[in-house]
Design a protein around this ligand. Structure first.
Ligand SMILES: *Cc1c(COP(=O)(O)O)cnc(C)c1O
Length: 360
């Protein structure tokens, strides 16, 4: 039986990439050893690292105004790194809040710097909604503006990018990096944990405007220091070498299928099929307003919560795994990141339909 894995993270990776990694697991580039057994400062590894960065730069069209950093610490590592690196004078870090992860980022920053939270949720009648970007109450005085374009748990995605006359725009793209085309120049710092759209956990990526590296910030651990990471080509200490290698395989795969543009079309198609089915059904519902529905994480609720256990058990028997919603919002959640094939969506919709008929 084919298994489709809807896990929110760590998430499934492209089968093609996993097979390639398996093939060269014990012998990378004819060296007779695994890529995880060699020095990160060896020639073949350094070449791989340079090509990996070049591939990501092509995929996202990243200009020379930015450094691309491969770091430890996952998404949450950057929750700490952002205030520590970007704190400036007495201006607060401004945090746009629209769900569980963005609130988590504020909480972490409060330990280090003054924060100013801006709530943009506009829920009504049990429906999740957010204010349009023009209505966000962003203060003039800010060290930086932090927001989360894709709230992985709430299933809310923000498609517009906020602007500010002076403060840099920081985006936590842990769960939607590389899923659709963006203009990197609209941002000053983009970061992401790898385990949703990039590769295995243990690696994170930061795309940071070079001019930001001049900020003094606050005293901080060297491994969370963006300027040190940039100076040392992301090799101040031993990086997560295997995860980095696998990320490169994912980038190459993405380039081979037509890049982010092709992936965006694929993702929109997948999300459309699933949302259309849910909207047309009177057994399932999605509570997110249409203009801010995530292309990556689709939460849905059964008409009758008491059927949740049965739904999950039978889904699993049909090879559809990890559909349980996050405990904070309940219901179900299908995470349909880049690597999820259209067949997985079709299999899910067929199962949901059969389950609805049998249990109505
Ligand atoms: C998963 C996730 C994180 C946390 O990532 P870790 O690598 O577990 O620290 C942060 N932000 C968002 C939006 C996420 O989806």
């Amino acid at each position: 039986m084919t298994v489709y894995n809807f896990c929110a993270g760590p998430a499934m990776l492209p089968v093609e990439v996993m097979k390639k990694a398996q093939q060269e697991f014990l012998d990378w580039q004819g060296l007779g050893v695994s890529v995880m057994e060699i020095s990160h400062r060896s020639k073949p590894y350094l070449e791989m690292a340079a090509q990996c960065e070049a591939s990501l730069r092509r995929l996202m069209n990243i200009s020379d105004d930015f450094e691309v950093l491969f770091m430890h610490g996952g998404g949450r590592g950057h929750f700490s790194a952002v205030p520590l690196n970007l704190h400036q004078d007495d201006a607060p870090g401004v945090y746009i809040e629209n769900g569980i992860w963005s609130v988590g980022a504020t909480k972490e920053a409060e330990k280090f710097t003054q924060t100013h939270a801006v709530n943009i949720r506009a829920d009504q009648d049990g429906q999740f909604d957010i204010l349009p970007v023009e209505q966000w109450q962003i203060p003039e005085n800010a060290s930086y503006i932090h927001y989360c374009p894709n709230e992985t748990i709430d299933g809310i995605e923000i498609f517009d990018v906020p602007k500010h006359p002076s403060a840099p725009i920081v985006a936590d793209m842990s769960s939607n990096i590389l899923s659709r085309e963006i203009n990197v120049d609209d941002f000053d710092l983009i970061y992401a944990g790898a385990q949703k759209n990039i590769g295995p956990s243990g690696l994170s990526i930061a795309i940071v405007r070079k001019s930001l590296l001049e900020r003094k910030g606050l005293p901080r651990p060297a491994i969370l220091d963006y300027a040190i990471a940039a100076q040392q080509q992301s090799m101040y200490n031993t990086p997560p070498t295997f995860a980095w290698y696998l990320a490169f395989e994912v980038f190459k795969y993405l380039e081979s299928i037509g890049g982010v543009k092709a992936m965006e079309a694929h993702n929109k198609n997948k999300a459309d099929i699933l949302y259309n089915y849910i909207d047309g059904s009177n057994f399932y519902s999605n509570k997110v307003a249409k203009h801010c529905r995530s292309l990556m994480n689709v939460p849905f609720w059964l008409k009758d919560d008491s059927l949740n256990e049965k739904f999950l058990t039978e889904a699993e028997q049909n090879g559809l795994v990890a559909l349980e919603g996050h405990r904070f919002v309940g219901g179900m959640r299908a995470s349909i990141y880049n690597a999820m094939p259209i067949e997985g969506i079709n299999a899910l919709v067929s199962f949901m339909d059969k389950f609805a008929q049998e249990n109505s």
